[in-house]
Design a protein around this ligand. Sequence first.
Ligand SMILES: Nc1nc2c(c(=O)[nH]1)N[C@H]1C(S)=C(S)[C@@H](COP(=O)(O)O)O[C@H]1N2
Ligand SMILES: [Mo]
Length: 332
Amino acid sequence: MLIPTRDNGYIHPCAGEITPRAVYEQRRAMLRLLAAGAGGAAMAGWAGRVALADQVRRPGRLAPLPGAPSAVPGAVTMEKVTEYQDATTYNNFYEFGTDKSDPARNAHTLKTRPWTVEVEGLVNKPRRFDIDELLKLSAQEDRIYRLRCVEGWSMVIPWVGYSLAELIKRVEPQGSAKYVEFVTLADKATMPYVGSHVLDWPYTEGLRLDEAMHPLTLLAFGMYGEVLPNQNGAPVRIVVPWKYGFKSAKSIVKIRFVEKEPGTAWNKAARQEYGFYSNVNPDVDHPRWSQATERRIGEGGLFAKKRKTLLFNGYEAQVGQLYAGMDLRKFY
Ligand SMILES: Nc1nc2c(c(=O)[nH]1)N[C@H]1C(S)=C(S)[C@@H](COP(=O)(O)O)O[C@H]1N2
Ligand SMILES: [Mo]
């Protein structure tokens, strides 16, 4: 269906294209506030709320998971949010297949209850959390992050969750803990590609402890105001917005505190191509392709105009300090 516009052009009646009156009025109010020279911090908070009200409309598919606007610096990008339809049908989740459309088709078999997350290793208080307990461990926050896949596409996703640091503080890492390893579910009965040779299962990932403690590192339980769809990593995943997408492990079952840099799924599969750090960096190419530009999903597929990729995916102000003095070519 096409809706004719006043200038005789046509627009698609897709969700998000037509601005509801309330949002339009909020925007006008924001502009008046800007004109009045409102303070920067107040503006950022206000603008963030408008962005959330505008963009995080519940698709009404899954159980609601409300969150409060996040106060973490950098946690809400003002860019246009990717359509839910795109974010849930164009995925990487190799346990359910290697094609981008496979996870949406196959992940219905994933059982997200009962679910536990074991926290172990070099911590004073190791323990196993039931998923419903983990959900309530800290206040759920709304955040809007860019996600940049190493293959060159990007999305803007409204996540619901809280800083991983909230969990880490409660288990009290020991002085010898330098890295955090994430282990994800590998269940042959429900995940058709576990057992295949594409990767060494389970899919694991890792972060340096200070990266894991950074407030932008998110333990995500939902997106678009609802619980995570299976194909996006239900019932709980990691989101590290300044690193390539594969660092954001889905459907995690174990968090382990270790002394030495842990192996990771993609590093084990192709060491020269995927390093441990994998910070988004337009100046450090993948051996087989450039990382200088990206295409935003929803802007026209392969015909989408290319955007310049930003250092640390645009989060340099927040995370650049973590890598001060490090050779980012060596530690790729
Ligand atoms: N367990 C698991 N987690 C995973 C993957 C995977 O194959 N298995 N793929 C990663 C990659 S390469 C990307 S780009 C993101 C994609 O997240 P999305 O599908 O929610 O956009 O998930 C990451 N997490
Ligand atoms: Mo990816």
